[in-house]
Design a protein around this ligand. Structure first.
Ligand code: AR6
Length: 177
């Protein structure tokens, strides 16, 4: 992977709802019904009722797919909702489905002229995907997408806690070698 490619990727520790990017990605459920974790935080910051109403019109979202709504009260213009796989043992298509989340979110972003986008660590909370393995999928899939998509200028991977941020940093360093 070229050095130039990785210069468009950054890791960030903190709350994704605070980021002033064009789009933030939500780790949603297939009913797009709202929930806990980053989904709950995004709904609260966007304005629960209005984001819920926008999600209801989308008719759900399959695992590995992505759909877009406005960001309402968020600094981000859009929320791209994607549904990660529930982790069982890694042998039930989880890596492919997780890769599909990142790819589809980036496709939907591109279709809407998004230049800067932030992802949470999809599936690594309630859905139980081990963080290092999930980060490898996230970074690998994103790098492959960016290679053919010069319009996306910056992709930020957001980690809430210092431990996850450090783990992701180690994965990124390894991939860059
Ligand atoms: N900013 C950045 N990252 C966050 C934030 C935040 N504000 N809050 C949590 N995280 P999860 P999943 C991290 O459980 O595993 C929901 O109820 C968190 O530390 O939010 O894909 C949905 O409705 C973790 O690393 O998403 C679904 O039912 C990561 O976000 C289900 O959970 C993802 O954790 C989806 O589960």
């Amino acid at each position: 992977m070229s050095t130039n490619l990785w210069s468009r990727v950054e890791l960030h520790q903190g709350d994704i709802t605070k980021l002033a990017v064009d789009a933030i990605v939500n780790a949603a459920n297939s009913r797009l019904a709202g929930g806990g974790g980053v989904d709950g935080a995004i709904h609260r910051a966007a304005g629960y009722a209005q984001l819920q109403a926008a999600c209801r019109k989308l008719g759900g979202c399959a695992t590995g797919d992505a759909k877009i709504t406005p960001g309402f009260n968020l600094p981000a213009r859009y929320v791209i909702h994607t549904v990660g796989p529930v982790f069982q043992d890694g042998c039930h298509g989880e890596p492919e489905l997780l890769a599909s989340c990142y790819r589809r979110a980036l496709e939907v972003a591109s279709e809407h002229g998004v230049k800067t986008i932030a992802f949470p660590a999809i599936s690594t909370g309630v859905y139980g995907y081990p963080l290092a393995a999930a980060t490898e999928v996230a970074l690998h899939t994103t790098a492959a997408f960016l290679e053919h998509s010069p319009a996306i200028e910056r992709v930020v991977f957001v980690f809430l806690g210092p431990q996850d941020f450090a783990t992701a940093g180690a994965v990124l360093s390894r991939l860059k070698m």
